[in-house]
Design a protein around this ligand. Structure first.
Ligand code: COA
Length: 359
């Protein structure tokens, strides 16, 4: 069989068809199942967008209420799971706890799409309870409301529909992004016909890395140290002089503009006005402009997402778990798409090691 050598990191390589999502590097447009993702963020609820991603079309009113009820009914975790969380070392990273907990449960015999959605529905509770249990604090009870309101409550202990709406828009933008690293990893696992829980565990393990979902957790580290625009410019110049990466910048697909980042930039502007913290917005824009000026790299979603979550009073340890919880719906759609038209994903490598050595 003829072999094809592709660029490192599969950069620019199309490996399969997908009807779930496309991100256009030229136009900077992100499409979920035919709809603009930013329009969905503006006008849809989390449940509507999740239904669309998973089932491929917008739900009817009846389908939406059934789906919302399903997510709510499956949002809780067992006492046994909580006991296991309590046995974990107190300094366990939350995303590691989520990965461990998701992998622990047995695969019961229900339908594949139900198992995927049951796992996805529990993620906010795993993150919220997990964080509190690691700190030795009491876990929170349930509140009424949609997915985003319930999630915001688990993250902050506050019932606040305005903040929850900001979170909801971000969650919609985090939900899906075609063959990003965690989704591709999930599809590799799915292609072996491993069960949904195994595939979700793979995805949770992959999203952790700082070049992927872990980036959002590191942005505050540098942002909080800045007092003036001069500090922001110096920070960028120093980083680039040391040839270090600045988290929250650059993207494999978007070379000019990440539409999700620009949407969240608007959200940050509005939040910083509301909270009388305009300086954070100004500093962020200075960093964005300086990185573009020096290196022609656009801000990615994580840059503005991290700052918005900070403004919403959400602890930084939750940032990657929030991303993962929402992306779990994208992962669910990809698992189903992979097994519906499956071929084992198993590339070759070009051997560059020794040959002919003798013992
Ligand atoms: N800060 C500084 N330089 C960066 C950079 C960043 N955030 N992102 C890319 N670059 C530079 C690279 O050093 C490289 O420069 P060179 O050609 O002089 O060596 C060039 O831009 C190309 O980058 P590369 O890492 O090869 O591109 P990629 O498509 O493989 O990587 C990312 C994309 C996202 C992994 C990369 O931009 C990155 O590491 N960003 C920071 C992490 C992050 O924010 N991740 C969240 C993504 S949504």
């Amino acid at each position: 069989m003829e072999q094809i050598i592709v660029p490192k990191g599969l950069d620019g390589v199309i490996v399969d068809d997908s009807a779930i999502c496309t991100a256009d590097s030229e136009t900077g447009q992100l499409i979920y199942r035919g709809y603009s993702a930013t329009e969905l963020a503006e006008k849809a609820t989390f449940e509507q967008a999740a239904y669309l991603i998973v089932y491929g079309r917008m739900p009817s009113a009846e389908e939406l209420s059934g789906f919302s009820a399903f997510l709510k009914a499956n949002a809780n975790i067992s006492d046994n799971t909580k006991k296991i969380m309590a046995l974990m070392p107190k300094d366990t990273e939350l995303i590691d706890l989520m990965r461990s907990v998701v992998s622990l449960e047995p695969n019961n015999g229900t339908k594949t799409d139900s198992i995927l959605l049951e796992i996805a529905a529990k993620m906010p509770r795993i993150a919220g309870d997990g964080s509190r249990i690691l700190k030795g604090a009491e876990t929170l009870g349930e509140i009424e409301g949609g997915y985003a309101e319930r999630f915001y409550y688990l993250l902050t202990g506050k019932k606040d529909s305005t903040s929850a709406k900001y979170l909801e828009r971000l969650l919609i933008l985090y939900m899906e992004h075609e063959l990003n690293a965690s989704t591709f990893a999930l599809r590799v696992t799915a292609s072996t016909l491993a069960d949904p829980r195994a595939a979700m565990t793979t995805a949770l393990a992959t999203i952790k890395g700082p070049l992927h979902g872990g980036a959002n957790d590191q942005i505050l580290n540098y942002m909080v140290k800045m007092g003036t625009k001069g500090d922001a410019v110096k920070f960028v110049d120093d980083k680039l002089a040391r040839r270090e990466k600045i988290m929250g910048f650059g993207h494999r697909i978007y070379k000019k503009v990440d539409p999700r980042a620009q949407f969240m930039k608007g959200e940050l502007k509005s939040l910083s006005r509301m909270k009388h913290a305009e300086k954070i917005y100004e500093m962020a824009v200075t960093i964005e402009e300086t990185v573009w000026d020096r290196k022609k790299l656009p801000a990615n979603l994580d840059f503005y997402a991290a700052l918005c979550m900070y403004m919403l009073g959400i602890e930084h340890t939750f940032y990657t778990p929030i991303f993962a919880s929402s992306r779990a719906f994208g992962w669910s759609a990809h698992y189903m798409e992979q097994i519906t038209n499956n071929k084992l994903i198993r590339p070759d490598s070009k051997y560059v090691g020794y040959r002919g050595l003798r013992l």
